[in-house]
Each structure stands twice: as structure tokens, then as C-alpha cells.
Ligand binder design. Sequence first.
Ligand code: NAP
Length: 277
Amino acid sequence: MSQDRIPLAGVIGSPVAHSKSPRLHMHWLKAHGLPGHYIPMDVATDDLETALRTLPRLGFVGVNVTIPHKEAVMKIADLITDRAALIGAANTLIFRKDGKIHADNTDGYGFIENLKQNAPDWAPKSGPAAVLGAGGAARAVISSLLEVGVPEILVANRTRARSDALVQDFGARVTVVEWVQAGNMLEDAATVVNTTSLGMVGKPELRVPLDGLRPGQVVNDLVYAPLQTRFLREAQEAGCTVVDGLGMLLHQAVPAFERWFGVRPDVDAATRAAVLR
Ligand code: NAP
């Protein structure tokens, strides 16, 4: 590959047309006057490995990975970070010069940075966290909450086996609560996070009773379409500090952009506006 090739990156998923990542990375490339392109690529599962082995030869320096390939890429990658291994999924691949594919998961990083930026008084050690959901995003959220010192995490998920697996993988600071009792675990939590896809455009609403919410709690929804979910609206009405899910999407992209294009971008008002436009 010639030295002056324009670096390429992109997002691999199926479907992928809805992804906000192309706008985000193209905004940063432009803002920093960098050469490069970021391309959405709809790749079928059967083509995943061929695509990942071919892209580096076409000038790609890496890709983001989204539904449904986040787990499958772990079997293809040559190197896996500890946090991706713990979560069991990757959202960021780096194509190294030696031909190896390096898999990382920056969702937990993005989640924490979003809370730090938009709820600056958030004190993770001040009390338990209540997490709704136990899918891939929940695993990223839980591992990062444990890392920043949240003393206890209560988890409720519709499918009990999935929340039980979290206790096995993340240890005794995680306690499982029955899905039908999810409302009860909100009362004592300092931090409340919806990691289910409920409330997202095209999905049913989150029906968990929210009367346990109170002022002082920090409430975050990972769903960002719509930006203000009913869950966040009700939390705001209850006096909680609310943080939407868009910031997580923006922050999880920072380490990837830096690795691929050599500049660490800021998540500022212009970044948010570029993605929402
Ligand atoms: P996933 O692995 O498919 O997990 C989906 C979760 O939602 C599971 O806990 C699932 O429960 C629950 N769920 C789905 N339908 C439900 C229903 N009808 N009733 C009760 N629970 C239901 O997906 P994921 O990757 O974790 O993503 C979850 C959400 O987070 C999505 O909306 C995604 O867009 C969002 N997300 C946002 C960001 C960001 O940057 N803001 C990053 C990652 C993900 P079961 O286990 O019972 O199926």
C-alpha cells in the first residue's frame, strides 16, 4: 500500500443506513482538516470475515461494528482488549500495519464520559446503580460502573438467565432483581440506567413503574432515538438529573477516531449539532 493513501474507516452492520457514525466521523475529519473518509457498509454475516480480511488491503485503518456483528467479530479478531473480552463484544476494530485485527469495546468508556460531561456532579461511589436490561450494552455499562467504583449494581432483565450470567461474569457486586420488580430497585439507586431497547423508535415503551425516582438521582437512557424518551421525561419530572444516550455514542467514537486518524477529537456542541442535523 502506498504511503500517501487516504485513510478509510467505516461502520459494519446490517442494517446500517440509520447509523449516525458517518456524520460524526466526517464532521471531525472536516473540523480538523484531515484527509479521510468514513463509510457505512451493510455486510451480511456470511461475508463478515471476507470483508474484514479485505478492507485493510483497500486502505481501511479500522471499522466500527454494530448489530448484528458485535459478538461475531470477536472470533475473527487476532487481538482482543481485556474490556472487550469481559463484555464479550467489540464495537471498534483497528487494522494494524502487521495485518492483525485488534478488537476493542469503547461503549463503557463512552457511557462514563457522557455521564461525566452531562451530569458533572455525578458521584458514582455515592450509592448503588440500577440497570434495566442485560444485553450487550448492559455488559459494557456494568463493567464500566464497577471500574469507577459503584458499590453495588442491581440488574433487572426480562430474560432472567441473561441477568444471572452477569453475576457469574462480573461478581458479587451485581445483584439480580426480578423484571416484574424492576420498579422497586429504583428507590435506593444513586444512578439509574435504561440499557434495554424499550422506548426506542419502533419498539414498545418501557413500562417499569417509575414512582420510585426522586431528586438527586442521575438517570440515563442509552436510547437516543428519540433523544428524549418517555423514561427521561418522567425522570426529569421527578426531579432527577437526566442524561440522554447521544453523548455515549459521541464519546465511544473518540478513542477510535484518535487511533485511526491521529487526532483526539472533542465532543462539543458542534459535534452534537453535526450528528443531529
Ligand atoms: P441487545 O443485546 O439486543 O439487548 C436488548 C435488551 O433489551 C435486553 O436486555 C432485552 O431483554 C431488552 N428488551 C428488548 N425488548 C424487550 C421487551 N419487549 N421487553 C423487555 N425487555 C426487552 O441490545 P444492546 O446492544 O444491549 O442495545 C440495547 C439498547 O442500547 C439499544 O436501544 C441500543 O440502540 C442502545 N445502545 C446505545 C448506545 C449509545 O451509544 N447510546 C450504545 C449501545 C447500545 P431480553 O434479554 O429479555 O431480550
